[in-house]
Design a protein around this ligand. Structure first.
Ligand code: ADP
Ligand code: MG
Ligand code: MG
Length: 937
């Protein structure tokens, strides 16, 4: 049997075998049969079989308890049943294999020796806790049972040994409640209800007001609850209790809470939880006892201060469950000074040892301190940057460690305006959407972009609420505090533009019913009318009805020149961390920016180049749309050229500004990309307007023009515009557009050259799938560039390249590279065209895909390395094969996504380009990617 099991375990779980086991370290602990896998790891009497490197097998809690034991800290003895045993429990059809049980009993004997007490011994009972603990901490998601081993007899033994009947009965009633709830699955309320009755019967206000007799009454009532609910007596056999608790903890890995938590934090379902069985220590023996939790530094602000809470005369669960209000940890110094002093010493040591902030649990039993848990503390992004820079200053870690320690998303949190925390907490959550762009937004709801502009002009702060946003909402988005939409995904228009502007955005809030015409939105039972205050957090996606004050981030104030760097501690640390990151990264960082101010911001954030300047965004600028429309409406080349000539000086000025903003670093400009109808009014709108005019009997020139417009709109109508007349196809059919854009670019560059400022334009042709498309456009660019330089009498350097965003482009990258001097992977369209998913419609089914585990992540947010990534890798390889000097970057939304950046590092791109506000994140992620690839591969 044992052999069969071992074989099975090896066959099913080779991936969780630790390094140590792979290297042949004790597969078989003392007493286990040769060739049997080890499932149970003991800790106690100053020695543990596990250590900090064994989180995969022992979970975070088990590995921390082992490590603390080895460091001779006061940890109650116990043992850890491995995550492998949990996986076996499931693969055996929810049964713990006999071998695991055997090893558990063996470890139990050892524990009894170390603790000097025996499970179930009436005179001297050992009590244990049975605690869950996975590799990644999942606070409160799984179950723990305290005081196991108590029954009607041992409770009297405990009373006799401690001469404390109240304590013994208090422990017993806690145990029945926890066991009843977790193992026997009786709702908590059933017990709480009885507890209240017992208190009432004795006129007790607080739990602690109940005396021994009162608690005996509670125990009696609890046992009755068990009997009536599960039709049997509360189990008296401690071994049966232990096995039941162990299996219940295994089961708690798959309760709804835990599953949801893993989904949110992307923790694999397959890793399982460990179970820790540990001798109890008691914080509930009286006024010289206590229990608490804490952090070595403040996890919200990062301040180097001891941080935590405790309760006198209580057990662990009480602190977090809120039955009593805990005291701040500083008070502990006054009540139990010796234990407090020891706690500070130990936690300082732990922080040094782990070289990171520790989140710890402790219990004081009759003035003696015990450590029950330690782990690296979770913290806000703000705190993460503060702590990492402090730890370097304190010489606890190196700059490289600091760069590796801070989650790249943390730095984007530093840029966002923040809510005043108290005011935010005071409001209930109305709904939740996708957190598209971080930051706090609060303002009056408006439902159209024009209203947003108008209300802002009147000095109001608005939040733009839309069903979805379209390119011509841009002016409204720009003036709003934030943008909230009911549809769309993380790369929908609203999200992309929101991020580029650094505008807090929540998109795809499906529960929101937006009626733009009626100027209302309904969420649940609430109706939000125009002008009602609404607030949301772009970092969490939470939306609330009401007004919440915000404050701007200091870093943005410094970047905007409104504050001196020396005045802002946060800015200095931010800059310090990113300068360290720059030392370790290989990837260049560029930004996607179309306007001079965006270019300046990107540069200030550390971008050295623009990877994507979308020229069509410039067409939406003030007063330009009519000219653009005239260009589109022209039915002959000469009229089209007239309109283009009007656009020329405007585009030239744009490019001049962008080049200047980038201080001589390269700027990639994409020629016109979207289908032309995006610049025209909607067909339905025009028809309504025409009908109105007809009713009014108007047949004037305006009417005729509108009719003409309608005809053109109908002509331009496409069944599938994303696959229609757009990108390079526009340039091929209307070369005069490419000519005008080239002229604007080269003239701006020449002007700067004359002023003594260098700039290197890189002209990028979008949507190329065939080398001949590029050849056609390149000829136009080269011809016009030569002409302009001759006119201007200046020679400048420029490149012509292409976006690789059509699968055929990647597949024929070698042919294309013969013409292209650079590639930029347009991973938004490449993802769209590789999967055949429309990025604006993916929101409709992505949720179902994720629930059914067809897709892990939104492929528009994190690159699909297997499919889309394969095309990128192939494009790089074929492209460089044909042209070794080929410059290769990526300008899709993935350029600002840390895990995608890891992939781009691996395939050897030269740079990533992302929105200006993602640049700091990309700098840090690129450094981490370079370090990981160096260390790992
Ligand atoms: P969680 O992961 O939800 O914090 P834990 O397993 O850490 O669950 O335990 C819940 C509470 O019980 C904690 O406050 C912990 O300190 C306390 N506790 C766990 N084991 C013991 C023990 N052996 N003696 C005393 N208190 C314990
Ligand atoms: Mg805990
Ligand atoms: Mg594209």
């Amino acid at each position: 049997m044992a052999k069969k099991l071992a074989r099975k375990a090896k066959a099913t779980k080779p991936r969780t075998a630790t390094l140590r086991q792979a290297q042949g370290r004790p597969e078989q602990g003392r007493g286990t049969k040769r060739g049997t896998r080890k499932y149970v790891y003991f800790f106690g009497s100053g020695k543990a079989e596990g250590d900090r490197t064994m989180k995969d097998l022992l979970g975070g809690k088990g590995s921390g308890l082992a490590e603390m034991t080895n460091a001779a800290l006061p940890v109650p003895p116990g043992f850890t049943i491995s995550t492998e045993a949990c996986n076996l429990y499931y693969s055996e059809g929810r049964k713990t294999p006999a071998e695991v049980d055997r090893q558990m009993l063996e470890a139990l004997r050892k524990l009894e020796k170390a603790a000097g007490a025996e499970l179930g011994n009436v005179k001297n009972p050992l009590l244990v806790s049975v605690r869950s603990g996975a590799k990644f901490s999942m606070p409160g998601m799984m179950d723990t049972i305290l005081n196991l081993g108590l029954n009607d007899e041992t409770v009297e033994g405990l009373k006799a040994r401690t001469s404390n009947g109240r304590f013994a009965c208090d422990s017993y009633r806690r145990f029945i409640q926890m066991f009843g709830n977790v193992v026997l699955e009786i709702p908590k309320e059933a017990f709480e209800h009885e507890f209240e009755h017992a208190k009432q019967a004795r006129g007790a206000k607080l739990d602690t007001d109940l005396d021994e007799q009162g608690l005996r009454d509670v125990v009696r009532r609890y046992k009755e609850v068990v009997r009536s609910r599960v039709k049997r007596d509360f189990p008296q056999d401690p071994l049966e209790q232990l096995r039941g608790a162990r299996d219940a903890v295994f089961r708690s890995w798959n309760n709804a809470r835990a599953i949801e938590y893993r989904r949110i934090y992307e923790i694999p379902d397959s890793i399982g939880t460990a179970v820790n069985v540990q001798a109890m220590v008691f914080g509930n023996t009286g006024d010289r006892s206590a229990t608490g939790v804490g952090f070595t530094r403040n996890p919200a602000t990062g301040a180097n201060e001891f941080y935590g809470e405790f309760l006198i005369n209580a057990q662990g669960e009480d602190v977090v469950s809120g039955v009593r209000t805990p005291q701040p940890i500083s008070e502990l110094e006054k009540v139990l000074p010796a234990a407090y002093k020891q706690l500070r010493q130990i936690t300082k040591r732990l922080e040094k040892h782990y070289r990171d902030v520790q989140d710890f649990e402790f219990t004081i039993q009759d003035e003696r301190l015990y450590m029950l848990q330690t782990r690296n503390g979770k913290r806000t992004g703000y705190a993460a940057v503060m702590i990492a820079t402090d730890l370097v200053d304190e010489k606890l870690i190196s700059p490289k460690d600091a760069v590796l320690q801070v989650d790249p998303e943390s730095v984007s949190q530093l840029l966002a305006p923040v809510f005043e925390p108290k005011a935010w907490k005071a409001l209930p959550v109305a709904t939740k959407g996708l957190p598209a762009s971080p930051g706090a937004a609060s303002g009056q709801a408006v439902f159209t972009a024009d209203d947003a502009v108008e209300w802002t002009r009147q000095g109001k702060k608005v939040v733009l609420v839309r069903k979805e946003t379209v390119p011509d909402d841009i002016h409204g988005m720009f003036v709003s505090q934030g943008v909230l939409t009911a549809t769309g995904g993380m790369t929908s228009h609203a999200a992309v533009v929101g991020r580029q502007m650094g505008k807090p955005s929540v998109v795809g809030a499906g529960a929101l019913e937006v009626a733009e015409a009626a100027r209302t939105a309904i969420v649940g039972s609430k109706t939000i009318k125009e002008g009602d205050y609404i607030s949301f957090d772009g970092l969490t996606g939470e939306v609330k009805v009401g007004q919440v004050p915000t404050k701007p981030s200091e870093i943005l104030q410094v970047i905007a020149g409104e504050m001196k760097p020396a005045q802002s501690d946060v800015y200095q640390r931010f800059e310090k961390l990113l300068t360290w990151a720059d030392k370790f990264r290989r990837l260049g960082i560029r930004a996607n920016a179309d306007q001079p101010d965006q270019a300046e911001t990107a540069y200030a954030f550390g971008a050295r180049g623009i990877g994507l300047c979308r020229t069509e965004h410039m067409f939406f600028g003030e007063g330009r749309i009519p000219i653009v429309q005239r260009m589109i409406l022209a039915d002959n080349e000469s009229d089209r050229r007239k309109a283009l000539n009007e656009l020329l000086p405007l585009q030239r000025a744009d490019f001049y500004g962008v080049f200047k903003g980038m201080h001589g670093t390269p700027v990639t400009i994409r020629t016109i990309d979207p289908p032309l109808h995006e610049f025209l009014p909607k067909r339905e709108e025009l028809m309504v307007e025409l009908a109105k005019m007809e009713v009014q009997g108007r047949k004037d020139e305006e009417y005729a023009n509108k009719q003409k417009l309608l005809r053109r709109v109908e002509q331009l109508h496409e069944f599938n515009p994303m696959l229609g007349h757009r990108g390079v196809r526009l340039g091929v059919t209307y070369p005069e557009i490419t000519e005008m854009q080239t002229r604007a670019i080269i003239e701006a560059a020449c002007q700067l050259a004359k002023e003594g400022t260098k700039c290197v334009p890189e002209i990028m042709i979008p949507l190329v799938g065939h080398v001949k498309e590029l050849r056609d456009q390149k000829a136009v660019v080269d011809r016009v560039a030569a002409q302009v330089m001759k006119e201007q009498g200046v020679k400048i350097q420029y490149l012509v390249g292409t976006m690789i965003e059509v699968p055929r482009g990647a597949l024929t990258a070698d042919e294309i590279a013969a013409e292209a001097q650079f590639f930029s992977f347009g991973t938004n369209d490449l993802t769209q065209l590789t999967f055949g998913f429309s990025r604006d419609d993916i929101g409709k089914f992505l949720g179902a895909y994720q629930d059914k585990k067809i897709l892990d992540k939104d492929p528009f947010a994190t690159i699909d390395t297997v499919g889309v990534g394969a095309l990128v890798a192939m494009g790089v390889q074929k492209g460089r094969g044909a042209r070794p000097t080929l410059k290769v970057g990526i300008c899709g939304e993935h350029g600002g996504d840390p895990s995608s950046i890891h992939f781009f590092e691996k395939v050897g791109l030269d740079y990533v380009s992302c929105s200006p506000y993602r640049v700091p994140v990309a700098r840090l992620a690129a450094a981490q990617a370079a370090l990981a690839v160096k260390v790992g591969d």
